[in-house]
Design a protein around this ligand. Sequence first.
Ligand code: PAF
Length: 282
Amino acid sequence: MLDLIFTTQNNLLNYLKKNQINQWALVPTMGAIHQGHLSLINSAYAEFSTVIISIFVNPTQFDDKKDLKFYPINYEKDIEMLNKHFKNILIYMPTVDDIYKNEVKSMTYDFGDLDKVMEGEFRMGHFNGVATVVELLLSALKPIKAYFGEKDFQQLQIIKSLVRQKQIDCEIVECPTIREENGLALSSRNQKLTQKEKKEASFLYKTMQLAKEMKQNKEQPKHIKEHIYTLYKDHEYISLEYFLITNQDTLLEATEFINSKKYRVFVAAKIGNTRLIDNLLL
Ligand code: PAF
């Protein structure tokens, strides 16, 4: 299986050429592979016979170097898991040099309001880093389609905007969030949670569900938000960063619900040392 792991773009592209493969999909990841990633890969295999998964912990999207240092990395386990579930999957595990060549630096973009709120506000430069690595990956590997999870909904909107702005010839496919039975969204960062924290973390999903019910009961965004903030204030283990209800397209905070528009709730919170984010369509 080792010959299907590539550390350089050149070797990967040569392999595709040599085997006369001319269409493929890409699933970009930062490793710590879990069922959520497997579901993205399954969606890709439903449409393509060749799927590349990239595993690259992108340094430019971490504003907090401590966060980068503690990011869960276990390449051997990732490879084992991928080979267990998929035959002939192409794994691209580049070095920083193979992606960034000489300069490990983000490019700057204009995403309008999309990157000014939520993760953009709380993690400086994060989305420029994400957009840079995604642009580099898509331009180098030229997949027909690339698959991303709705779990990172803001990231997804930014990547769609990037592809439109730069006229990158690749379709972005959005895939649903996969959750534990208790509602906790699957994320690489969950590996850092203790059993107790995992149990407590289901609170994020419960509060988003509550927001949905309150909307169904005709409550307005301001009241929903105020109520949910009081619930977090009393929580022993969870420290809330934000809980916002936004218009799903603009990501701007909603002041009132209008029937013809779609809304989403977004939450970011810390539990122990682990920062989690999640979102739900209302
Ligand atoms: O969602 C992720 O895992 C990362 O942000 C991505 C899209 C692979 C870019 O590094």
